[in-house]
Design a protein around this ligand. Structure first.
Ligand code: PGA
Length: 252
């Protein structure tokens, strides 16, 4: 049995005070999430505030991005050990917004995943195709490359600790969700590749989250699919009530 994961990607939102109010809202609004791993990814500036509060909560904390190097002349970057030092346990890697606006390639994603494991951060690695790629029938090639290039050179142990998020880019922030059947197909496809790349055990262990306009009203059906083990949530993670609704549906 894979424990579901509900992760909130706050993106470039939430000043410190708002961040604190949001985690307080989650913690006091839902005193125990049940058998669900709950993660929030605040902006760097709110990490301390969120980590301090979450130390007494079931909520774990993720960074939204990091460099793969340990330290040095990389103005504006944050290293994995800084994130660990700030109290994060997870790191989002390869989000489509990083790929689109900041030139993050599969090779960079791979370096970041390896750096994360070296620092005991669990990577939440994002894969997904654009609308254009889906429409020209490139889904298989794009996702295969993201998996093969992104996950190359990992040990089986690392493979089984990974969390993957399948996020069709056309469904992010658009209100268009993949249908549960479309999402399930993509998740099964990713799991089949984990089977080939690693082993049956790894394929069985990895949690594959769905992301892209997940809301309390559609989460239950998505999460009831066999290969969907949770959600990576953007917009609906910014309101405690909505995020709690999604967590509850993972536990149903
Ligand atoms: P969304 O974002 O839920 O607002 O579509 C998801 C994401 O980008 O992770």
């Amino acid at each position: 049995m894979r424990t579901p994961v509900i992760a909130g990607n706050w993106k470039m939102n939430m000043h410190k005070r708002q961040a604190l109010e949001l985690v307080q809202g989650l913690h006091y609004g839902l005193t125990w999430p049940g058998e669900v791993d709950v993660i929030v990814a605040p902006p760097f500036t709110a990490l301390d505030t969120v980590v301090e509060f979450c130390a007494k909560s079931y909520i774990s904390v993720a960074g939204q991005n990091m460099h793969w190097e340990e330290s040095g002349a990389f103005t504006g970057e944050i290293s994995p050990s800084f994130l660990k030092d700030a109290g994060a346990d997870y790191i989002l890697i390869g989000h489509s917004e990083r790929r689109k606006y900041f030139g993050e390639t599969n090779e960079i994603v791979n370096k970041k995943i390896k750096a994360a494991f070296q620092h005991n951060l669990i990577p939440i690695v994002c894969f997904g195709e654009t609308l254009e790629e889906r429409e020209r029938g490139d889904f298989v090639r794009v996702i295969e490359q993201q998996i093969l290039q992104g996950l190359t050179g990992l040990t089986h142990e690392e493979g089984s600790e990974l969390i993957i998020a399948y996020e069709p880019v056309w469904a992010i922030g658009t209100g268009k969700t993949a249908t549960p059947t479309q999402a399930e197909e993509a998740h099964a496809f990713i799991r089949a590749h984990l089977f080939q790349l690693f082993s049956p055990d790894v394929a069985d262990a990895v949690r594959i989250l769905y992301g892209g306009s997940v809301k309390p009203k559609n989460s239950r059906e998505l999460l009831s699919q066999k290969n969907i083990d949770g959600a990576l949530v953007g917009g609906a993670a910014l309101k405690a009530e909505d995020f709690i609704g999604i967590i509850k549906s993972a536990n149903a």
